[in-house]
Design a protein around this ligand. Structure first.
Ligand code: NCD
Length: 369
């Protein structure tokens, strides 16, 4: 991985495990009285959202703020984009303002890739068209790991509108890297033509794959991206591809039900399933903050000359130097409540930056079978 996070397919196993391990370390921060680290103090993170979003934008904002970065929220509505400004000119404006990271969501697949050519900071893809949504896949993998171990060896079934889902694409690539077995379930009209080349299997029979699934990930039907009718009726879709209580009963006892949100209750997922103890939907939101903190931390606290999560040794040394600087910067605050805790948290975090003694995904034990 270079200094950007544009596609889950670009993540090596080491990169992905480093992000998940760092997120695990950072998740403990939320339990502290002051859930904040000074690590990205003085850095600027811009949230550049050209598409509607609730949880992803808020999640990135919370993640950046917990690392003490300055956050600028930019939404296309009400900006010069509404006056016809191009992505390039917006990018050059952000560049001139000294953005260290640009978190971008755009309806055009490939927009983050273009943006990365125009800005010198890190570009993080927060969802581009029907292409990818790598931090969603990372938070999903993190949730699986916390609940069940793995994802190495887990059997993950992803169900619904695969054709329009960047979440499905990113999950297929990341889960392959992490050693999970993925099965996609959808009506033939909601599967991409190129799905034969993806590292996963395909089934049209939801009921038959449920007994062999450790994880079922339900996806929303993305009506806003559809120009045609892809199935006869919502009722028909729901009957064949929706997860209700009866279908959930076909799952093994340990299996979990995931959904990236926003959900259409009663369409792809029944309320009794969404609110059941198997559902990880709310945990996924919480985990999203830890994972996005890990991504920002690993991309931004390393050296500009040695970009990349692949060079953990270098990133770790830089992070240590940065942490030492912060400890100095923290001195005047030493007497304040929580200052000591922040420094302690930071030491743990530095230790998490690629320490080979930290558990790897494959080393985790599986939950009850
Ligand atoms: C997803 C997205 O935007 O791609 N949501 C999210 O990021 N939590 C999925 C969706 O919109 O259905």
């Amino acid at each position: 991985m270079n200094r950007h996070l544009i596609s889950a397919a670009d993540l090596s196993l080491d990169d992905a495990v480093a992000i998940l391990d760092t997120a695990e370390e950072l998740a403990h921060l939320a339990e502290r009285p002051i859930p904040k680290l000074p690590t990205l103090r003085g850095r600027t993170v811009v949230n550049l959202f050209y598409e509607d979003s609730t949880r992803t934008r808020i999640s990135f904002e919370a993640a950046a703020k917990r690392l003490s970065a300055d956050v600028i929220n930019f939404s296309a509505k009400g900006s010069s984009v509404a006056k016809g400004e191009s992505l390039k000119d917006t990018a050059l404006t952000l560049q001139a303002m000294g953005a260290d990271a640009v978190v971008v969501r755009h309806s055009a697949s490939g927009a983050p890739h273009r943006l990365a050519r125009w800005v010198s900071g890190s570009v993080i893809n927060a969802g581009d068209g029907t292409h990818e949504h790598p931090t969603q896949a990372l938070l999903d993998a993190f949730t699986m790991r916390r609940r069940l171990g793995g994802p190495d060896g887990l059997r993950v079934t992803i169900v619904g509108d695969i054709l329009h889902s960047r979440v499905a694409r990113s999950n297929v690539w990341l889960l392959r890297t992490l050693g999970a077995e993925v099965t996609l379930v959808a009506p033939p009209t909601l599967l991409p033509v190129a799905v034969d080349g993806w590292p996963c299997s395909v089934s049209y029979d939801f009921d038959s794959v449920l007994p062999a699934s450790d994880v079922v990930m339900m996806l929303r039907v993305q009506h806003e991206r559809m120009s045609d009718a892809f199935f006869p009726s919502v009722r028909e879709y729901s009957r064949r591809y929706g997860l209700d209580g009866d279908r959930m009963a076909l799952l093994p006892d340990h299996a979990i039900v995931m959904h990236p949100g926003p959900m259409n209750r009663g369409v792809e997922i029944a309320a009794e399933v969404a609110d059941s103890p198997r559902s990880t939907i709310v945990e996924q939101v919480t985990n999203g903050v830890s994972v996005r903190m890990a991504v920002l931390y690993l991309l931004l606290s390393g050296s500009r000359e040695h970009d990349g999560l692949g060079e953990h040794g270098v990133a770790e040394k830089d992070a240590e130097k940065h942490a030492a600087g912060n400890r100095e910067a923290d001195k005047p605050e030493a007497g304040k409540r929580g200052a000591g805790k922040r420094r302690a948290g930071e030491r743990e975090l530095v230790a998490a930056g690629g320490n080979p003694s930290r558990p790897r995904t494959g080393a985790r034990t599986r939950g009850p079978a």
